[in-house]
Each structure stands twice: as C-alpha cells, then as structure tokens.
Ligand binder design. Sequence first.
Ligand SMILES: Nc1ncnc2c1ncn2[C@@H]1O[C@H](COP(=O)(O)OP(=O)(O)OP(=O)(O)O)[C@@H](O)[C@H]1O
Length: 481
Amino acid sequence: MVDWTEKYRPSTLSEVRGNNKARDALAEWAKSWDDHREAVVVHGSPGIGKTSAAHALAADMGWETVELNASDQRTGDVIERFAGRAAKNATLAGSSAGTSTRQLVILDEADNIHGNYDRGGSSAVTKLVKSSSQPIVLIANEFYDMSRGLRNACQEIEFRDVSSRSIVPVLRDICRKEGVEFESAALERIADMNSGDLRSAVNDLQAIAEGRDRITEENVVMGDRDRSVGLFEFLDAVLKEKSAQEALYTAYDVDETPDDLTKWIEDKVSLVYEPDELARAYEFLANADKWLGRVRASQNYSYWRYATDNLAAGVAASRNRTRGGWTRYGGAPYRSTRDKTRDTVVRKIAEKGGFSMATARREVLPYLSALTHHCKPRELTVAMAAYYEFDESHVSYVTGSGETTNKVQSIVEDAEELRAELVEEHAGGAFAGMENVETEPVDDADDGGDDVLDRDSESDDSDSEPAAASDDGQSGLSDFM
Ligand SMILES: Nc1ncnc2c1ncn2[C@@H]1O[C@H](COP(=O)(O)OP(=O)(O)OP(=O)(O)O)[C@@H](O)[C@H]1O
C-alpha cells in the first residue's frame, strides 16, 4: 500500500499534464539559463504539478537537485550557506568530472518567507537569487505574497489549475497500471469533484479503488453527507469498519480539525492494528503531519485536505481486514499546553460567533491573528479580548506576543474594564445577553486534569456543538470600540 501521488509522480516534463505552455516556458528557461542566469518563480494552486515539474525538468536536463523548504529553515543565513555549499559542490563535481554538472535549487514555499524566517530572510533569499551560480526554481502558491524585491529578481511562470480534461488521462493511466477497471464516467466525476487539484484527484482515486477491482460512477458518489459524526464513530470507521473511501467521507463529517483527528488516530491506532498494519499506518500519519506542518507554516488551509486523505483513507487502507466488536478507546490524546490554549481560543470564538469549530479555526482565528498581530492596534486587541473573554494566555496565543509581557497583562486588564462598562451600559441588551450565554463552563481544556472522554460522555461532549450565537453574536468587534 503506497501513496499513489508519490508512486505516479511525473518523472519527465512530458508527463506533467495540463499547463503545456507553462511547461514549455520552464524548459526554455532552463535551456537558456546560461545566458540569462535568472531564477524563476513557478506559482499556482496546491497540487497542480509545480514541484513535480521542477524535479522533472532537472531529470530532463541531467541536473542534480537540492530541495529547500522555506518553512523548515529558520534564517536566511541557513539558506545562504546551504545554497552556497550546493553551488560550490556542483562546481567541484563539475570540474573533477570535466563536465558542468548543475544543481537545480528548488525552494518550496517561497511565498512564505517573511512569515517564517527570522528578520532579513526575505532579503537574504533575494540576494541569493541574484547572485547564485546555480539555477533556482522558487515554488509559490501566491506570487503576490512574495516581497517585491524577490518578485523583481525572478522570471515568472504561472501554473493554472488543471482542467478535468487533463486530469482524466492521468487517472486512466494509473488505473491501467494498477489493473483497476473503470467506467469513464467515474473518472470524469473524480476529476470534476477536485476542481483542478491533481493531487487530491489521485488521492480520491486511490481511496475509491481500495478494495475494488472495478470502479463505477456509482462508487464515486458521496453518500449522505448531511450528518454529523462523533469521534468514536470516526475511530471505528477508520480503524475497524469502513473502506478507505467511506473513512474519508466520515472524516469530513466530524466537527474536529485534521490536527485533532490525527492526534486521535495516532493515539488509538495501536489498540487495534497489528504490527504490519501499524507500520503502514504510521507512514500515512507521518504524511498527515507533514501537511499539517505546511498548514501551520503557511496558513494555507487547502493543505488540510491532503492531511485528511492520509489520516483517514491512508490509515484505513493500511488494515488487512475489517474488525467488529467494541474497543475501549479511553481518554483524549495528550495535548501540549499550547494545543489546549488553542482549543480554548477556538471554542470561545465558535461559541461567540455561532461558528463550527472548523470555521472558527480555519477562518476566524487567522483573521483575528492578522488583525491584532503583536497586539497592534492596541484598542482593537483590547476589544477582542473583551468580546471573547480572553485571558493572558489566549491573547498572547492569538497575537503571537509573549504571555508574561506587561503589554498583554495591561490589555487583559483594560479588556475586563471595558467589558464591565459595556455590560453596564447595555444592561438588558445584547452584551448582557451574551453574559448569560457564557455562564455555563464550556471548556475544561486548560486545566489539563479531566480531559478524559469515554463513550458514555461522548454524547454530551460540548466540543462538537458550539452554543448558538446570541442575537447579534456575529456583530463584530467594531461594536465595542
Ligand atoms: N500536472 C500534473 N501531471 C501529472 N501528475 C500531477 C500533476 N500535478 C500533480 N500531479 C500529481 O500530484 C502530486 C503532487 O504534485 P506536486 O507536488 O507537483 O504539486 P504542487 O503543485 O507542487 O503542489 P504543492 O504546492 O501542494 O506542493 C504528484 O506527485 C502527482 O502524483
């Protein structure tokens, strides 16, 4: 059981489907590199073949590759040394072999440099790009998230989402190689469902084909998706009962984020799986962790999809057989203090706004973080803390500031005052109403002691059902400024 997106990664540019023009431009860039010596940015949505194209290009040109991931490296300094060394090695190798072997430097997540590098990272990369003695391909989702200096220093090639028409032949080739029969309509449907993202189309195909030697259009249709699923039903689906495809769909119906689902599966899989199954499952979990890491580094939540593919379909496909019976799954998996703080913050946001946990986490939290980065503007940070009743640890989590700073403490104090004033002013009104909504203790995440969740308490677990918003629960921070 191997990951088909890896197994069928294009090995030459001609196997990269769709984007013919962009592909030709990339080949042309490489062939003429000696004349212009510029780096190139390849940008476009996740899963459409940018990284594959860079590797395939190197293979076609007979170049070595060095891959750097922007979010892995702490400082621009590291890149400079790393790429400098790569360049030097290449020169040495080239001169000793009497040929000019090139090393293609592939810098992934180039749109994510300022966020994750220490100060100066972006300019260090720009400097590297300008002075490199080796060709560099930068990969990015968002061209305009790169600094202007960096953009100006590079050629630019855009990859567009891959059309269904181009996705279908990729799926067809894989089916033939895997000996899976198919109805054309089934492959067309998979292509359509994945709107331009080849990685997720291939993942879907693998989940659907698991345990089948023929796939029909009917197999592709999602069942009843309009229900919510509890954690233990999800664990049973993945670890014991369901096909890879059904396990994947079940994962979409649990109101938990992929980080939490991954932790649950990691924690419980060994209660059910035998050693050979476990070994395969851990590989998929490692993949899921990789995608979660990319979400954290880039705040690009489209990667969640790939994490879910791995943690649900991949882990389910790692089983040799289905199992029945009842499993004592026990308590919630270990979570760090930071995880618990995050969960409390997300829950408070979900409750105040009437959002699902996933929406609070994916859409609202990043937005609040961006608005109040390092507690600026202060007034807005105070208003936010008042509205959501955040304490110091919550404010510092959201704003990315140190918890014990006087700044955070004084913000929380002011927030408490503001809240008291507003409650008084609006006595009987919306704010006071919210006060009532909040009286029930909804979160036990911060005390660390009683996280234990068992089957009996699952149904009254307040996690999955955020309290309804009060009348104007969605009215926004500006109302309190
Ligand atoms: N254009 C394509 N032709 C053939 N296969 C593709 C193509 N695009 C993606 N794939 C499949 O999807 C997988 C992921 O592609 P790749 O890593 O190149 O995407 P990407 O655009 O670099 O995405 P990301 O920005 O998420 O890294 C490949 O291993 C391959 O299986």
